[in-house]
Each structure stands twice: as structure tokens, then as C-alpha cells.
Design a protein around this ligand. Structure first.
Ligand code: NCD
Length: 317
């Protein structure tokens, strides 16, 4: 107990997974493990600190888990989830908004429809900025959530075979996840999507090929199912489509059901960042391999660890 938090994270922003080293990321997971074991030890550690949540796009888990995390650390929260009620509606720029928010809060969590929005905000901010999703680009704290869940359920990341299935083009959680996992030895990816929703070229080239990561791109989930340790399902991202017909044609292309689960290993786990639409049948929820609601809970614990680290708060002894 009482492990130390890397002081190198104090004051930092988290825009994409590579902003933290593998060691820093693992230290966050160690801290999250300790919080899970004895949450009451942390209930007043952020007393007097304020977190701001700026959500320009809809959210349930990300915003609530950040707010719950800060409140469970004894801190307080301000923010908006409906930008039209703030000066955004008057045409205020994101950098002016963040320069104002930093007068009041100690750190800011931003979700924005524009790719790079939170990054731009972090450049003019004097407080740590956390990217809670920027358009179809990245979502690093979902990745921390996903990774903590894998670490708890599978014991670590080395030599695991991971299938990502669904909308790999617009799904920002998939991009951040691949980026982060590509730093571990022996990780293999099966990328399961229709032609139209394959991973973006920058992920293929700058992450997978550049780091010599073994991966295959396939169309049918059943073909790779028996080999997977982890299956990461994603929602078809309706809000990023240019036309409704394409969405309708592709939305139900993968539906994970009990029948398909019979083709998987008994120790495979199913992740999903949620919200789910149709891509996982509800019957799968009862399968012990389905861990997506546990994953949502882990998201709060890892965000508690993240808030402590960025604020430079010492672990209680
Ligand atoms: C994800 C997101 O916002 O990108 N949701 C989340 O944060 N848990 C996934 C999604 O919306 O499909």
C-alpha cells in the first residue's frame, strides 16, 4: 500500500495515449487497483479541488464517471453538457473558454466534435486538459478504462490476441486503444470491419506498420473468433456518417449473439465502450465473458487515479 504516483504526470495534459509513457500508464493502473481495494481511503483527498467538465457532444459514461470520480475523491465539479447554455452559443472560441475556465478550476475535461479541439485548448491552458473524445479521432481515457479491465481480467497485455469489431473508421476508442496496446510485446490484432469502416490510414501506417505489429483485416467475425483473448465490440458511429443510407446499410452488420459466443474461447472477454445499439444482443449480457458493465465501473476508478496524478496529489499512507 502507499505506492508513489509518478510526479512526472503532475500538471500534464492527456490528449492521446502516447502522452504518457508505458511506465506512467502502468503506475496509474497500480493506483487504480489500490483505490478499488480501499476506496474509503481516498474519499477526502481532493478536498478543495475543482474539476470542470466541458462537453460539446453527448456523453453518459465519460462525463458521469469523471464527475463521480472527482466527487468520490472529495473534490467538486462544475461544467456544462449542453454548450448552448454557455457563451459558446455567443460564438466564444474554445481557447477563450478554457482561459476562463482555468480562472476557476484546477483541471478540465473536454469532449469536442472537432478533431484536435482539446489539443488546441491544452495549448492555451494553464491547467491540465483531458481529452474526453475529439470527433472521430482519439479517446484516451476510454483506453485507460479498457486497459485496466484487460489487466484485471487477463493479468496483463503481453502476447494477447485482440479482435476489434465494427466501426473502426470513425470509432475513436478503437484508434486510441490500438495506439496504446501497440506498445506491448506480442500483441496481435484482428481488425474486423466492412470495407467502408476499416481503420484510418494513419493508424495502419503510423501505428501498426511503423511498429511492426502483427495485424489482419477481415470481414467475418466468426473466422477469427476461436483465436481471440479479447473481443472489443464498437458501435457504428451514426453521427459521423455523411448520409443516412450508408448508416442504415451498415448499422447491423455485426451482431454478437449467444450463437457466435459459442465459437469463442471459454476465457475470452468481451469489451464494449458503450453505448451499445444493436451490435451485442442482450442475451450475451448473462455470459460471464461479457465484462462491459464492469468496464464502465473500472472507468471511474482509473479516472480517480488520473485526477490524482495530474493534480500531483500524494497517495495516502
Ligand atoms: C464512446 C465514445 O464516446 O467515443 N463512448 C464512451 O465514451 N464510452 C463510444 C461510442 O460512443 O460509441
Amino acid at each position: 500500500m502507499g505506492m508513489t504516483i509518478p510526479t512526472s504526470l503532475k500538471g500534464k495534459s492527456l490528449i492521446e495515449p502516447s502522452d504518457f509513457s508505458v511506465e506512467e500508464t502502468e503506475a496509474l493502473f497500480d493506483l487504480a487497483d489500490e483505490i478499488i481495494k480501499a476506496p474509503e481511503k481516498y474519499s477526502e483527498i481532493c478536498k478543495g479541488r475543482l474539476l470542470a467538465t466541458l462537453f460539446y457532444e453527448p456523453s453518459t459514461r465519460t462525463r458521469f464517471s469523471f464527475e463521480a470520480a472527482m466527487l468520490r475523491l472529495g473534490g467538486q465539479v462544475i461544467g456544462f453538457s449542453e454548450p448552448n447554455t454557455s457563451s459558446v452559443a455567443k460564438g466564444e472560441s474554445l481557447s477563450d473558454t478554457i482561459r476562463t475556465i482555468e480562472c476557476y478550476a484546477d483541471l478540465a475535461v473536454i469532449r469536442h466534435h472537432k478533431e484536435g479541439g482539446p489539443k488546441v485548448a491544452s495549448l492555451s491552458a494553464g491547467i491540465p486538459v483531458i481529452n474526453a473524445g475529439d470527433g472521430g479521432h482519439q479517446h484516451p481515457t476510454q483506453t485507460l478504462t479498457d486497459m485496466l479491465t484487460i489487466r484485471i481480467e487477463k493479468g496483463g497485455f503481453e502476447n494477447i490476441n485482440i479482435g476489434l469489431c465494427g466501426d473502426l473508421k470513425f470509432g475513436r476508442t478503437a484508434h486510441s486503444f490500438i495506439k496504446a496496446l501497440s506498445r506491448y510485446r506480442g500483441v496481435k490484432f484482428a481488425l474486423i470491419s466492412p470495407e467502408e469502416l476499416m481503420i484510418p490510414e494513419y493508424v495502419r501506417k503510423e501505428v501498426l506498420l511503423k511498429n511492426d505489429i502483427p495485424f489482419m483485416e477481415v470481414r467475418r467475425l466468426q473466422d477469427v473468433m476461436p483465436d481471440l483473448d479479447v473481443l472489443y465490440m464498437t458501435r457504428v458511429q451514426r453521427e459521423r456518417f455523411f448520409n443516412e443510407e450508408d448508416y442504415i446499410r451498415l448499422k447491423d452488420i455485426y451482431i454478437l449473439d449467444a450463437e457466435k459466443m459459442r465459437g469463442a474461447r471459454s476465457d475470452m472477454i468481451v469489451l464494449h465502450p458503450l453505448p451499445r445499439v444493436n451490435e451485442i444482443a442482450e442475451e450475451v449480457d448473462h455470459d460471464p465473458r461479457a465484462v462491459y458493465f464492469k468496464q464502465a465501473k473500472n472507468g471511474m476508478y482509473v479516472r480517480m487515479a488520473l485526477i490524482m496524478a495530474l493534480l500531483g496529489i500524494e497517495n495516502p499512507r
